[in-house]
Design a protein around this ligand. Sequence first.
Ligand code: PLP
Ligand code: COI
Length: 353
Amino acid sequence: MEISKTLTTTPKEKPAAETLGFGKYFTDHMFMMDYAEGKGWHNARIVPFGPIALHPASTVLHYGSEIFEGLKAYRRADGKVQLFRPIENIRRMNNSAERMCLPPIPEDMALEALTEFVKTEQEWTPSAPGTSLYLRPFMFGNDESLGVHAVHNATYVIIASPVGSYYKEGINPVKIMIETEDVRAVRGGTGEAKCGGNYAASNRAGKRAEEKGYSQVLWLDGVHRKYIEEVGAMNVMFKIKGEIITPALSGSILPGITRKSIIEVLKGKGYTVSERLLSIDELTAAMADGTLEEAWGCGTAAVVSPIGELAYNGEKYPVNGGEIGPVTQMLYDTLTGIQWGKIDDPYGWTVQL
Ligand code: PLP
Ligand code: COI
């Protein structure tokens, strides 16, 4: 694959580690590639970071054909930069593309684009503890006409942002409100795909929760309004009477790569992990009788995010006394240890540049 490179003549100053936050700063370049039916993916290029001009009738602006991914590049203590399971993100992106009638990208091409881009921007990978270079590949339908149909033209872009921790609380426990009005996704819908519209539709509940002093919502399924699905934009796990429970991938849940990795780590350490239905009744009973031992969200941005309080229908239930629990802490230490190259990676998950 040929990737043309036009480097910036005005490189930016890199932000100080303590100001990073999440997704506020961007590197000097971006990767772009175009798709046209009959021609396939073409014109792969690394160009200076900047605005993208779109035809006012571009599909994405009207019908929301957009998918994205999120993964990180980590600076190891020896100065090298590594990625965490990038092929999993590429496969998930192609599954999202299939759902949204966008053109898939051959895996080897997508991996080459990603690694070439990260090599170009690697200096932007910060080294302070807890920081990384967040990579955001995204694809959108880009036909210049208002007809509603599967697209014939698309654009693929990768941008990168040096980041600190996702939540301002860092690894500290967050307060979560169980959402009883809006739903995030239904089976047969787009919950399994990482498409922009899912996030647009979930913002109303997120905003209401924030107004009440909660960080995010816990989503219930859209049909029975009874089974736990995800927390905010993360997968969710609970430890009840020693069993670690996470909702099964039923078609409305995003198959998280952190989720998948945690399940492997837990099983390897001999924990009982169940991917199954967990009803709100079972959860509230465990909260009421104190058998809910730990709860956490998991995703690339926050890695593991302990839940310190759950609120349901006006009742507040502290989890593990509002403190981070031992399994949550162990998972955070293990995953971040592998990601930053501080401990061995027995799974072969990391890919050094
Ligand atoms: N669920 C949703 C809705 C997400 O947006 C994400 C983030 O990508 C996840 C779960 C976690 O997925 P991953 O662990 O691959 O980041
Ligand atoms: C995650 O990485 O867990 C996310 O959900 C990313 C988010 C910014 C969409």
